[in-house]
Design a protein around this ligand. Structure first.
Ligand code: MLT
Length: 323
């Protein structure tokens, strides 16, 4: 596999600027590290479809779910660096997993090149409609009294929903059994069916079900209330400060992808996030849209590095690891 990647790298380098200039001449595969229907998948489809129109080539979604995105990022790192395979990831897959998974077969910062920062959304504390609590304080009391009866869904260790659980446990002193899913799309379906009782879930995944009355919401993990759902109190307002987590997303390409191709992909992502219709869709899901300056590859690289420096000691202190 490595030999094939090295050969592909040589082929891209040999083809030179003409190759980058003509790019893209065929469909682009967009690897999504979680199950279809979940927040990362929805973001990939909304942004990818608009990027496709801009690039004049289709972006084909490739859901490579499992192990909190580590399988997908490994596949991306080993792909040919020719711009025809890129991946979407987030704070969990491209920062936190580096601290948790001690045996990753790739280096998150050195084997993947940042293409564009994408929107960020807070998490929501949500439960099935069967949970009797009326607010976050009652929910925390309920969880403490019923710890053995409650299961919470996550998309695996290191996923956005798991980072949320770690912050929630630390701030509330609760602890319940965690059930790992291939993504929070399937997990929220089980929440609706009360197969699991609680999630600390991205707003983009939960909001449609909250609006439809299928699940209950208690708080948003942010300093400020979210414009898409201003009735939901912040965790601090609801009595538990210190649970502030936003899950930002991004696009990456394999190391060795020509900078001209990265620039073309970045420009298409910028156009996508300037489109009023795309902005409306994303903002309605609680997403906060970055500026073109924040999206730029160099700024995104620096941001990812700062996030690694911020989160690595937090994860190490929490003692969360997979060896
Ligand atoms: C997903 O797309 O399923 C999520 O991003 C999972 C998560 O990180 O919680």
């Amino acid at each position: 596999m490595l030999r094939r990647t090295a050969l592909a790298l040589l082929a891209v380098a040999a083809a030179g600027p003409a190759f980058a200039q003509a790019y893209p001449t065929k469909p682009i595969s967009l690897i999504v590290p979680f199950a279809a229907g979940g927040p990362t998948d929805v973001m990939a489809r909304i942004v990818g479809e608009r990027m496709s129109r801009e690039l004049g080539q289709q972006m084909i979604i490739d859901n490579v779910a499992g192990a909190a995105g580590t399988i997908a990022m490994g596949k991306l790192a080993r792909s040919a660096p020719d711009g025809y395979t890129i991946g979407i990831g987030h704070l969990g897959t491209n920062v936190v997993n580096g601290a948790i998974y001690k045996k990753l077969t790739y280096d998150l910062q050195n084997d993947l090149v940042p293409v564009a920062l994408l929107p960020s959304n807070p998490l929501l504390v949500v439960t099935s409609n069967q949970i009797p609590a009326k607010d976050l304080k009652e929910l925390v009391a309920y969880l403490k009294a019923n710890a053995d009866k409650v299961s919470g869904g996550t998309a695996g260790m290191g996923s956005g929903s798991h980072i949320g659980v770690l912050a929630f446990f630390a701030a509330t002193g609760t602890n319940y059994q965690l059930v790992p899913y291939r993504g929070t799309g399937p997990a929220v379906q089980d929440l609706i069916a009360n197969q699991i009782q609680i999630m600390i879930d991205q707003s983009s995944n939960s909001l449609p079900h909250i609006r439809a009355g299928k699940i209950k919401v208690y708080a948003v993990t942010a300093k400020q209330r979210n414009a898409a759902a201003p009735d939901i109190p912040t965790t601090a307002e609801a009595g538990f400060p210190g649970i502030e987590v936003a899950i930002w997303h991004g696009l990456w390409a394999p190391k060795g992808t020509p900078p001209e191709i990265i620039a073309k992909l970045n420009a298409a992502a910028v156009v996508a996030l300037k489109d009023p219709e795309i902005r409306r869709k994303l903002e309605d899901l609680g997403q906060d849209i970055p500026t073109p300056e924040q999206m730029a590859p160099a700024a995104f690289t620096a941001f990812q590095k700062a996030e690694v420096a911020k989160w690595t000691p937090i994860i190490e202190k929490a003692g969360v690891k997979v060896e």
